[in-house]
Design a protein around this ligand. Structure first.
Ligand code: UDX
Length: 428
């Protein structure tokens, strides 16, 4: 099949690579000419393990273009993978979706299956369907909601080995299931079929539930501190119950990234529009919003003259194995420490600090120079490189001995034996 993927971000590029891997011909389009030129010269504008290898392996079935109209005309499958960022009020910015609808309306001359891969608020696919129906013959298309469940850092693996293929269709649509089965032939995952809005709500509920697990364990961590209990023991204890599951129970600075913050606030906003009370969604956000400040205030209590100190912050990305800094809790840590006036030296294996004035913050090129003369070392992202550091060497480099383990990724007992003061999240 010939597939046009609209949007060359991490979802669009991962989808393009995997669909080409399944044997289809893919043309990935984007309005950003620089990005398209980079891709055509073999440069991948995002860091995603395994993506460039998969794109290169399938290069003969893959092309990149800015000519959206031509790509739509030539393809029978159109996959929408454009960004749907948050607006300040928590609602979702659908500007790029509306722009795609215009492109589709002006380009469709033969039957198309239009797949919405982007995460969009409940009701959006119905809106796409009705807007298009006023512009082109309804017999020329069907809209399918097919949300992705990719995690940054493992996006390729998550798409090649999904636990499900979630498909939302209109009840009157008798064509799309067979087409989707042909598209995803080769993936082992079971199809879960629901309505257009059912698929949208399932996607949001999935992310909100995962975010809830994180805020839940972070709230339990606060209780653990009050009772001098190690939250990692509690997480291990409850995680053995298959009804709970052991994943997403790591207490820390809270969740960041381009999805959880956006999706939880978007779902909350959607509920408000329908006048549905969602106290759990509010609590998830409240806990996540206060988590970093909780640990900065603990550090200030520990070091009253913090503003005069050099602090080494290890980690800038929102999680390991990605260069993505969107809604990164590490940057929130840096911003809070900068407000106090500390001298901050940050390090990350691949991510970079955002442009603009963050205050007295320097990004070091190597760990030693960042750690040297630091009064405190703050682990903000759990890169493997940080949990395998030579702590004897660190002891000799630092001027102080405080280790704040914002991701509970270090061995508390070993560090305390070596004379460090260890502050973790809910470590008792
Ligand atoms: C998430 C969902 O996992 C994925 O299914 C969805 O498609 C997109 O959003 P992603 O945002 O890439 O994926 O990262 P994820 O690995 O889920 O981590 C999200 C945030 O939660 C990170 O900031 C991470 O540090 C934090 N986290 C994760 C915790 O604080 N504790 C945990 O136990 C797990």
């Amino acid at each position: 099949m010939k597939v046009c993927v609209i949007g060359a971000g991490y979802v669009g590029l991962t989808s393009s690579a995997v669909i080409a891997e399944l044997g289809h011909e893919v043309i990935c389009v984007d309005k950003d000419e620089t990005k398209i030129n980079q891709l055509n010269s073999g440069l991948i504008p995002i860091y995603e393990p395994g993506l460039s290898e998969l794109l290169n392996k399938n290069a003969e079935r893959l092309s990149f273009s800015i000519d959206i109209e031509k790509a739509i005309k030539e393809s029978s499958i159109i996959m929408i993978a454009v960004g749907t960022p948050s607006l300040p009020d928590g609602s979702t910015n659908l500007t790029y979706i509306y722009s795609v609808i215009e492109d589709l309306a002006s380009s469709i001359e033969s039957y198309k299956t239009i797949i919405t891969k982007s995460t969009v608020p409940p009701g959006t696919n119905e809106m796409i369907d009705s807007m298009l129906s006023t512009k082109i013959k309804p017999s020329l298309f069907n809209v399918v909601s097919n949300p992705e469940f990719l995690r940054e850092g493992t996006a390729v693996k998550d798409m090649l080995f999904p636990d499900k293929t979630l498909i939302g269709i209109k009840p009157s649509d008798k064509k799309s299931i067979d087409i989707m089965k042909k598209l995803y032939q080769g993936l082992e995952a079971p199809f879960i079929i629901t309505t257009l809005t059912g698929a949208e709500l399932t996607k949001y509920a999935s992310n909100a539930f995962l975010a809830m697990k994180i805020s839940f364990i972070n709230e339990i961590a606060r209780l653990c501190e009050a009772y001098d209990v190690d939250v990692m023991d509690v997480a291990k204890g409850i995680g053995t119950d298959p009804r709970i599951g052991s994943q997403f129970l790591r207490a820390g600075l809270g969740y960041g990234g381009s999805c959880f913050p956006k999706d939880v606030s978007s779902l909350h906003h959607t509920a408000q529009k329908k006048k549905v009370q969602t106290p759990i969604l509010e609590a998830i956000q409240d806990i996540n919003r206060t988590q970093v400040k909780e640990y900065i205030s603990k550090l200030i209590k520990l070091v009253p003259e913090l503003s005069a100190q050099k602090i080494a912050v290890l980690g800038i990305s929102f999680k390991p194995d990605t260069d993505d800094i969107r809604y990164s809790k590490a940057i929130e840590v840096i911003e809070e420490l900068a407000k106090i006036g500390c001298e901050i030296h940050a390090y990350d294996p691949i991510a970079f600090l955002p442009k603009g004035n963050l205050g007295h913050v320097i990004q070091g090129k190597d760990l030693d120079s960042v750690i040297k003369d630091a009064h405190c070392l703050f682990i903000a992202t759990e890169w493997t490189e940080f949990s395998t550091i030579d702590w004897q060497k660190v002891k000799g480099l630092m001027s102080g001995n405080i280790i704040v383990d914002g991701r509970n990724c270090l061995n508390k007992e070993n560090l305390e034996k070596m004379g460090f003061y260890y502050l973790g999240v809910g470590r008792g």
